[in-house]
Design a protein. Structure first.
Length: 335
């Protein structure tokens, strides 16, 4: 199986924290000794640099594994986190959780258990020493399944948290990720082994120091699970609009609690989230080449084409026709 570039991405949008930037949060601690971990990071770096010598993102032959390479520092930009584990192999990055920034680097990771909007910025990257990352798509269902099967005895945390956090990988986690990377060039082995290695990676996350945070998010916090169910409700009903009262009853939360928790976890209001789902669906329709702008707007629930065009431009950085033309141009940046 061959590697394939991911679909072209929309124009980047600058991110502005909703309140004044908080003091810089302490970054995850680097590996103090480094003897046991540096060879693993060196090996990961060699694989990623070889597989993606240029460009920004590459979807590998393993469906849930993608690689990232950035050759210069970036501005603070809005980004949509998907449920995933993202490991930094080289370089440094800053990410916002609400108004609080966290800086992280080689051997650190970000885990997101829900789709959410945040701000991110590559701080350290050059052509000779690019920022390199590994992204593994991980669903809440997969994590919950391994929680149940593993019978890990994890403590229940009580402090508040968002739907994503930063941690530092231990040797076992990085070793498992390295084995997954090595399967890229072994399609026959990957077809049989990649899934089991992914399960081990999830287990290593749960068994590591941040396991209790995943445990609370996915098992103990019923309100967080309510937000996850609300997200699924929106995905299935975004065309017709969100009846917040019906949604709140279906997830067994009050309307005010759902609104508050939804914004805290996803970084967006329910209306903003629904709007983004509509616009992303419209963009997929346009890129398919099967419908025109007016039809795509109507199919995702817009009655006003001018409103559709304004909101599309605000999200993707260009009006629909221009964005479509840019996405299909030979020099379009691959995401």
């Amino acid at each position: 199986m061959s590697n394939a570039s991911l679909p072209s991405k929309p124009a980047r949008r600058e991110f502005h924290p909703s309140v004044r930037e908080a003091p810089m949060a302490r970054a995850p601690q680097p590996f103090a000794a480094g003897e046991a971990v540096s060879p693993l990071l060196d090996g990961m770096r060699a694989i990623v640099e070889r597989k993606i010598p240029a460009g920004e993102r590459l979807q590998t032959s393993i469906p849930f594994l993608a690689l990232l390479r950035v050759e210069e520092a970036t501005k603070l930009e809005a980004t949509f986190l998907q449920p995933s584990l993202c490991v930094v192999v080289q370089g440094r990055k800053k990410i916002f959780f609400g108004s609080e920034p966290v800086v992280y680097g080689p051997g650190d990771y970000v885990v997101s258990t829900l789709e959410m909007t945040t701000g991110a910025q590559v701080l350290s990257a050059t052509r000779t020493a690019p920022y390199l990352g590994v992204r593994i798509a991980v669903s809440a269902t997969e994590i919950a399944s391994i929680l149940v099967e593993s019978k890990l005895d994890l403590p229940l945390l009580h402090q508040a948290r968002s739907g994503a956090f930063v941690g530092t990988a231990d040797h076992d986690l990085l070793e498992a990720v390295t084995r997954l990377l090595r399967l890229i060039d072994k399609p026959n082995d990957a077809a049989f082994l990649a899934g089991s290695v992914k399960r081990e990676i999830i287990y290593r996350l749960l068994a590591g120091e941040n396991g209790p945070r995943l445990y609370r998010s996915l098992v103990q916090d019923q309100q967080f699970l309510g937000v996850a169910r609300a997200v699924e409700f929106l995905k299935q009903n975004f065309v017709h609009g969100a009846d917040v009262e019906t949604m709140a009853r279906s997830v067994e939360m009050s309307v005010s609690s759902l609104r508050h928790k939804f914004k805290a976890v996803t970084g967006e209001s329910i209306l903003q989230y629904q709007k983004r789902l509509r616009l992303e669906a419209a963009r997929r329709l346009l890129l398919s080449g099967t419908v025109d702008v007016a039809t795509s707007a109507y199919r995702v629930g817009y009655e006003s084409q001018s409103q559709f065009s304004r909101e599309y431009t605000r999200l993707f950085g260009a009006p629909p026709v221009k964005d479509l033309r840019n996405s299909r141009s030979p020099g379009a940046v691959q995401d």
